[in-house]
Design a protein around this ligand. Structure first.
Ligand code: ZN
Length: 273
C-alpha cells in the first residue's frame, strides 16, 4: 500500500484536524489536489474476466471508500473537508489492519475519483470477494445527530435486484456455467449472502460500540441502499459517525478516533471470515 503522497497529505489533514486552523486543513486538502498521483490501476476494467482463483484459504475483502471525485459526500464541520476524504483514509486504515491478518484487500477506488455505485459492486462481484464493506460518514439536516450505524439490504431489495439483474447476467462470476445456470447460481448466492450480511453488519456494529461507546450505537438497519444492490457476497455499509456534528465531526478528524474506528471495522470483518 506504500506511503504515497496521498497518504501523507491525508495524514497531514488528519493530524491538522482538531485545534488546527481552518487554513491549515484547507492547505492540506488543496496540496493533495494540486499534486495528482501517478495513476495506479487497482481494479480490473469492466471488460476484464474474473480473476484467477485465489490460493485456498486466502480470503478477499473489497473495501469501498464512499464517494470520490466530483461526488464529495457530506461536508465536514471543518471547511474544505468532505466525506470522500475521510472514507478514503478509513478504508486504507481498515485495509492495512486486514492485510496484517493475512487477508487480501482491494479497493473500489484508490484515488480521489468518481466511481459509480454500480461499478463499485461490480468490482466486488468480478473479484469474487468474500465480503464487501462500504464506508461512509453520516450527516443530518439539523447537524444534531451523532453515532454510528451499519446498513444491509432488505430481503425485498435483494429479491427485486436479483430480477433486475436478469438483464445483466455475469457468467464470468461462474466460470464454466452457461448463462441460465449462472443466473440460478447468482440467486442462490444472493440468498445465502443475506444472512451473512446481517451477521457482518452486527459484528461491525458490535465492535464499534465496544470502541466508540454504546451511547453512539444506532444499530443495524435495513434499506434498499443503491450502494449494496447487486452484490453477490455478504455486503454492508457502515456510517462511522456524523461528519457535520459540532463535536463528533471534529472527533472524526482525530487520528486516535480514526484508528479506533478502523480497528472496529477490521475486527468485525475478520470475525466473519
Ligand atoms: Zn456517504
Amino acid at each position: 500500500m506504500g506511503g504515497s503522497w496521498r497518504w501523507s497529505a491525508a495524514a497531514l489533514l488528519l493530524t491538522a484536524g482538531v485545534g488546527a486552523s481552518v487554513a491549515a486543513v484547507q492547505t492540506a486538502v488543496s496540496a493533495a489536489a494540486a499534486h495528482p498521483p501517478p495513476l495506479r490501476v487497482a481494479r480490473p476494467s469492466t471488460t476484464a474476466p474474473a480473476e484467477k482463483a485465489r490460493p485456498p484459504g486466502k480470503k478477499l475483502v473489497v473495501l469501498d471508500p464512499g464517494h470520490g471525485g466530483s461526488n464529495a459526500g457530506a461536508r465536514s464541520v471543518v471547511d474544505g473537508v468532505y466525506e470522500k476524504h475521510l472514507t478514503m483514509l478509513l478504508a486504507r486504515a481498515v485495509g492495512e489492519r486486514l492485510e496484517k491478518r493475512g487477508i487480501e484487500v482491494r479497493f473500489t477506488r484508490e484515488i480521489d475519483e468518481y466511481v459509480s455505485l454500480r461499478e463499485r459492486v461490480l468490482t466486488a462481484n468480478r473479484l469474487r470477494a468474500d465480503l464487501f464493506v462500504s464506508i461512509h460518514t453520516n450527516a443530518s439536516d439539523a447537524r444534531s445527530q451523532r453515532g454510528f450505524e451499519t446498513w444491509v439490504l432488505t430481503p425485498r431489495a435483494v429479491d427485486i435486484d436479483a430480477r433486475a439483474l436478469r438483464a445483466e447476467p455475469a457468467p464470468a462470476a461462474h466460470p464454466g456455467a452457461d448463462a441460465a445456470t449462472a443466473l440460478v447460481l447468482d440467486d442462490v448466492e444472493r440468498g445465502l449472502s443475506q444472512a451473512g450480511a446481517a451477521a457482518l453488519a452486527a459484528a461491525i456494529q458490535r465492535e464499534l460500540a465496544t470502541r466508540r461507546g454504546r451511547d453512539g450505537d444506532r444499530g443495524v438497519r435495513q434499506s434498499s441502499m443503491d450502494v449494496l444492490l447487486g452484490a453477490t457476497m455478504p455486503a454492508a455499509l457502515v456510517e462511522v459517525g456524523f461528519i457535520d456534528h459540532p463535536i463528533e465531526g471534529q472527533e472524526l478528524l482525530e487520528p486516535e478516533v480514526q484508528a479506533a474506528i478502523a480497528d472496529a471495522i477490521a475486527a468485525g470483518i475478520a470475525s466473519r471470515l
